[in-house]
Write a protein that binds this ligand. Structure first.
Ligand SMILES: [Zn+2]
Length: 419
């Protein structure tokens, strides 16, 4: 088996209920609208949907390629550091419906949580299982369309204003504004106040949740808000998409007013570090994350919500969202830098007279063509890729990309060299 160079990669489509019917099938040149929702296209070696590498002498699952020659495919340093595994998972994601409110643990929390659940004998597949592996799951994503999301707690003065202006939410903490004034600029006191507010919203009896949210949702349903840049729109949608049995209300709706509501423009990105509470609301993105399934949920989901564990993992920092606009790395490449050592996401724009040179790299790359057509060359290999097609480049090769069609946009997952 030839293990080095560039290979066409066939990804796996995940048909989660919240996915769209058009974007991913259209990208892949398949009929659309598709009969099933197409939520995510996975490119990587994750056990939940490993890509297939199409070699000249046949097709193999990408994990087999890594196992066959880790030092060449991943590079010696990456293979040693990440136990012969591909450290990232690359996705195209199309959210038609809202996704759950969630946060991801640090590595230390994931290791401790995984061991504790193993010791307690909670089966890996149990719906109550929090930790599926021992890894953290930082994420970076770049919007391909207008993209709405919740990301991190709003500045507390903004939360105070919402509690003041929205009568139905005032009982969450009637003296929040006064206590915020007392906390002043004391970061620890502010963080403690936020923890208390959020913790209260997450543990108050369901009857109290209903008594706050029922009048709010009834009023908003009459007003039928249409502005997606305001929380009211998403509160109504959340109430509709996540009805609880017996007419109860999902307390995750509170978070829509407590978290920053962001609309990313195409090309803008955010990074979800460990402990950052977030939710994707609507839109299409390219997403790159560490190879993990560790998610702690905070509502807007039929899945298990373990409030105690979520509270342990959450960071009660406040502030506006740090939108990443990308850095021009030359060569037609825009890099979206993050602190993660497992991955780096970038966008490459090729034109007729601009050749992209990969140079030597720290680890393997996965690339997906989002617009146009490209020719990728590595040593004697010369492969054509059109829109929606992907390829894998082993660490030990360098490659070039050109676009005969005049213009092409390619997203690249790689491993940063500097960390
Ligand atoms: Zn996430």
């Amino acid at each position: 088996m030839k293990t080095t160079g560039i290979f066409k990669l066939k990804g796996v489509v995940q048909h989660y209920d919240w996915g769209g019917f058009d974007f991913i099938p259209s990208l892949l040149g398949q009929p659309h609208p598709s009969p099933l929702p197409c939520a995510e296209l996975w490119l990587g070696a994750h056990g939940g949907g490993a890509s297939i590498a199409e070699l000249t002498d046949g097709s193999v699952p990408l994990p087999d390629l890594l196992t066959a020659a880790p030092a060449k495919v991943l590079g010696v340093a990456v293979a040693a550091r990440f136990q012969n595994l591909l450290p990232y998972l690359f996705k195209v994601l199309d959210a038609r419906k809202m996704l759950s409110i969630q946060a991801h643990p640090t590595i230390a929390q994931a290791q401790a949580g995984f061991e504790a659940e193993e010791l307690a004998g909670v089966p890996l597949k149990a719906p109550t299982r929090n930790y599926k592996d021992r890894n953290h799951k930082p994420e970076v994503h770049v919007a391909l369309t207008d993209f709405w999301m919740l990301h991190g707690f709003r500045p507390l003065e903004e939360i105070a204003e919402s509690l003041r202006n929205i009568e139905e939410l005032q009982p969450l903490m009637p003296d929040f504004a006064e206590r915020l004034e007392l906390a002043g600029n004391d970061a620890a006191a502010r963080s403690a106040l936020l923890r208390e507010l959020y913790g209260h919203a997450m543990v108050m009896p369901q009857a109290v949740v209903d008594s706050l949210l029922n009048p709010l949702i009834s009023r908003l349903e009459k007003e039928s808000p249409t502005n997606k840049d305001l929380p009211d729109f998403w509160a109504v949608r959340a109430a509709r998409e996540f009805p609880l049995p017996d007419g109860h209300r999902d307390r995750g709706i509170f978070s829509i007013y407590l978290l920053n509501l962001v609309r990313l423009q195409p090309g803008e990105a955010t990074y979800q570090s460990a402990g950052t509470l977030h939710a994707y609301l609507e839109g299409v993105n390219v997403e790159l994350m560490a190879n993990s399934d560790n998610v702690l949920r905070g509502g807007l989901t039929p899945k298990n919500v373990d409030v105690a564990e979520l509270m342990r993992v959450l960071s009660f920092d406040e502030g506006k969202v740090d939108v990443i606009h990308g850095i021009d790395a030359g060569n037609g490449e825009t890099v979206y830098p993050t602190p993660a050592s497992e991955f780096e996401l970038s966008r490459i724009q090729c034109s007729k007279d601009r050749v992209y040179h990969s140079g030597t790299r720290a680890g393997p790359d996965i690339l997906i063509v989002m617009e146009g057509e490209i020719t990728a060359t590595a040593d004697v290999d010369k492969l054509q890729f059109k829109k929606g097609e992907s390829f894998f480049a082993s660490q030990d090769c360098s490659y070039e990309i050109t676009s005969q069609s005049g213009f092409a946009v390619v997203f690249k997952a790689s491993i940063p060299s500097s960390r």
